[in-house]
Structures are given as structure tokens and as C-alpha cells.
Design a protein around this ligand. Structure first.
Ligand code: MF3
Ligand code: CO
Ligand code: CO
Length: 254
């Protein structure tokens, strides 16, 4: 069941989303060669607590940390660790979900550490482009499947692939609500967008034609590309408005 948000709920999700986006912006200067991902986790954790919010991933189905840190061939759900030190040429996705006053906001970005190959820089930029193109196609009356169609058509022209096992999701009153938002075309997403819907779009794109992923047996969380190719991801929480959309996970300026 899709929860159409009322005014009060929209205000709540807006605040939580702003905190999530501000957390990501706050930690950005620390995402550098030599830093370990547990340090990034602590910085985000403390920032969220200081801003009247709770990190949603902490203890979520047993997830042990306050953010996800997914490096190189890790697709999503990477667990921050003191042993995991960022080095030049790495790409790392930081995924932040904040709960404020019971409402959820969810966003992520992929960062390039130091110097990377041009093909990697292009890959990360195009993954971000795919999210922004999908967002621009949102409006009431359009089908949700326009998200998957837009992302898949755009990234497959570069011989990248769209991860199928994970998608975006309704968000706001709970962490993961209906609908499941597919990043490739599926007729399951042929449902009409309506004013008051809030969901994430969070394409996970592999730098290869192989979209398959494998979950680490040891920790039960870390999802990697099957062929060890790089994977990038960007995520926003978006609201469908009376005539278009609003991106809720934009940080405050300055
Ligand atoms: N933030 C992720 C998402 O975009 C979910 C992380 S769940 C966790 O949906 F348990 F892995 F933290
Ligand atoms: Co997320
Ligand atoms: Co999400």
C-alpha cells in the first residue's frame, strides 16, 4: 500500500531529508585518501544526533552502523570499518538515512578519492546524470516506470548495467515503504504518479554489462558485483507535487 502523504507528513519528511542531506554535506570534506570509513561513520552519527535525529540504519535489521560505505565493487550496504582505509583512485558511496520526529529522509552520493582514470570519472558522472534525468521525468499522471526506462536507456548506451536486485522505495513514515522503485523498466511500475507520493530513486550502476550481485556470506550485508566491476550509486528522496516534483534531499546552502 502506497502512503500518500498529507501536509503534516510532508513537512516532517522534508525536515528529515534536509538533515540527511546536510549530514552528507558535512562529512564531504573528510572523505579523503587515508581516512577510514569508521571515522566517516562516527562523524555522520554525531552530526545526526546533534541535529535532533537518529541514524536509521543503526540496528536496522541488525545493520551495525549509522551509514553505509560502499567502496569500488561494493554495490550497497557496505559496513564502515576502521580497517577500511580510502586510497587514491577509489570510489565510495556514502548513504545516509536520518529519522527526525519519526519521519525518514534518505540520500547517497558516490565520491572519487584523489585521482581516478577518466573512464571512472565518466562512469560516476553518468550514474549521477541517470538519477537527475529520471527525476526530471517525474510529474503526476506519468507512470512510475518512467524512472526505470529513463535510467536504463541512458546508462545502457555506455555498456553499463542497472542492478536489478535492489531499487528505490517509498519513504517517509517508514524507512522502506511501497512502492518498490525499479531502475530498469518493469511493467510492475506502470502505476500513475500522484501528488503526495514520496519515494527514493537510487540507481546502482555497474561498469560492465553484468548486473548481477553477490551478498557477502561472512557479514550478511556487503553486496558486491558478481564480476568485481565497479559500481556507483546516487540517491535522492523526492516528492510528487501538484504539477511536478521536489527533491527533498538537497542540503542547505552555504
Ligand atoms: N539507505 C539504504 C537505502 O537507500 C538502506 C540501507 S539499509 C542497511 O535504502 F541496513 F543496510 F543500512
Ligand atoms: Co539510502
Ligand atoms: Co533508499
Amino acid at each position: 500500500m502506497i502512503i500518500i502523504k498529507n501536509k503534516e507528513q510532508i513537512e516532517g519528511v522534508k525536515k528529515a531529508s534536509k538533515i540527511a542531506a546536510n549530514t552528507l554535506k558535512y562529512v564531504e570534506p573528510f572523505i579523503q585518501e587515508g581516512v577510514n570509513t569508521e571515522r566517516l561513520n562516527q562523524l555522520c552519527h554525531d552530526y545526526m544526533i546533534q541535529h535532533d535525529s537518529i541514524p536509521a540504519t543503526l540496528n536496522y535489521h541488525g545493520f551495525p552502523k549509522s551509514i553505509c560505505t560502499s567502496i569500488n565493487n561494493v554495490v550497497c550496504h557496505g559496513i564502515p570499518s576502521e580497517k577500511e582505509i580510502l586510497k587514491s583512485g577509489d570510489i565510495v558511496n556514502i548513504d545516509v538515512t536520518a529519522i527526525h520526529n519519526g519521519y525518514y529522509g534518505d540520500c547517497s552520493k558516490t565520491y572519487i578519492i584523489g585521482e581516478a582514470k577518466p573512464e571512472v570519472i565518466d562512469f560516476v558522472k553518468r550514474t549521477e546524470n541517470s538519477l537527475n534525468l529520471a527525476i526530471k521525468a517525474l510529474r503526476p499522471g506519468n507512470l512510475l516506470s518512467i524512472v526505470g526506462t529513463t535510467i536504463q536507456t541512458y546508462v545502457e548506451q555506455f555498456s553499463y548495467s542497472v542492478v536489478r536486485e535492489y531499487g528505490g522505495h517509498g519513504v517517509g513514515v517508514h524507512f522502506h515503504e511501497d512502492p518498490h522503485v525499479s531502475h530498469f523498466y518493469t511493467r510492475d511500475n506502470d502505476i500513475k504518479l500522484k501528488k503526495g507520493m514520496i519515494f527514493t530513486i537510487e540507481p546502482m550502476i555497474n561498469l560492465s554489462k553484468n548486473w548481477r550481485v553477490v551478498t557477502c556470506k561472512k557479514d550478511g550485508w556487503t553486496v558486491r558485483t558478481q564480476d568485481k566491476s565497479l559500481s556507483a550509486q546516487f540517491e535522492h528522496t523526492v516528492l510528487i507535487t501538484h504539477d511536478s516534483y521536489e527533491i527533498l534531499t538537497l542540503p542547505d546552502e552555504g
